[in-house]
Design a protein around this ligand. Structure first.
Ligand code: DER
Length: 236
């Protein structure tokens, strides 16, 4: 499909621009775009990849690394990462991202912060101006299960009347449970609040029981978007 082609285009271009011989410790994000990142890295050859270690941002990311026969590493052993490449749900004009559509944003943010360079890859649907314009499900917030009901109230008071607990769809009754054993609250905020994502991030993060917030502000060095016409848009 056009969207899959644009994901591959973004991922291949980002790998070609940012993953070179000297990069040995590489963070792999989560979602449906990063498989194309791994695909392109594998094409750099076994010899080069045998000298590298790849750190996952969750179960799906780990499976991707293992299935590609790449060397799996642990962030405990490699706290400093050369490059991490990850997807996003939406990217604004300032490279701020909504992340967490896949409920992996805690480990994603740890590996994003630990990386010398953090690069976002996405299809054209994610290329936005103000967050919340295209990704309407709300800011994903990973929360401690014990605190979720109280947090829902506090997130409502903060300005998200429609905030709700993310329920599993099919295959499991009850809420989505993250790789860390936590719940996710999706909290839509109005455009006014989404125009200052860093301010919003700070307010949400201060609420008791919040584990991590799916707003990645001032973290990306560049974002690559594949377009339907076969071109690539790079924001930096
Ligand atoms: O959850 C995340 O942050 C993932 O990176 C995900 O949102 C990216 O989505 P994708 O499937 O469009 O790459």
């Amino acid at each position: 499909s056009v969207i899959e082609k644009s994901k591959r285009l973004a991922a291949w271009t980002a790998v070609d621009h940012h993953i070179h011989e000297e990069h040995k410790v590489i963070g792999i994000g989560s979602g449906s775009t990063v498989p194309y990142v791994v695909e392109r890295i594998v094409q750099q050859g076994e010899k080069l990849n045998h000298e590298r270690v790849f750190l996952p941002t969750g179960f799906q990311s780990k499976e991707l690394i293992v299935k590609a026969n790449l060397r799996l590493g642990d962030v405990d052993q490699y706290p400093s990462i050369d490059v991490t490449i990850d997807g996003a749900d939406e990217v604004d004009h300032d490279l701020n991202c909504i992340k967490g559509g896949g409920a992996c944003h805690l480990r994603e943010k740890v590996l994003a912060e630990a990386a010398e360079t953090w690069i976002v890859v996405a299809d054209y649907r994610k290329n936005s101006d103000v967050l919340g314009t295209t990704y309407k499900q709300g800011v994903p917030i990973e929360v401690a299960p014990f605190a979720y009901a109280k947090l829902l109230q506090n997130v409502h008071l903060l300005g998200s009347e429609n905030a709700c607990l993310r329920m599993a769809k099919g295959g499991k009754a009850g809420p989505v449970v993250t790789d860390n054993g936590n719940f996710v609250i999706d909290a839509p905020f109005d455009e006014e609040m989404m125009r200052d994502p860093h301010e919003l991030l700070t307010k949400i993060k201060m609420l008791t029981g919040v584990v991590e917030v799916g707003l990645f502000c001032h973290m990306a060095q560049a974002a690559y978007f594949g377009n339907a016409d076969g071109s690539v848009t790079i924001k930096w």
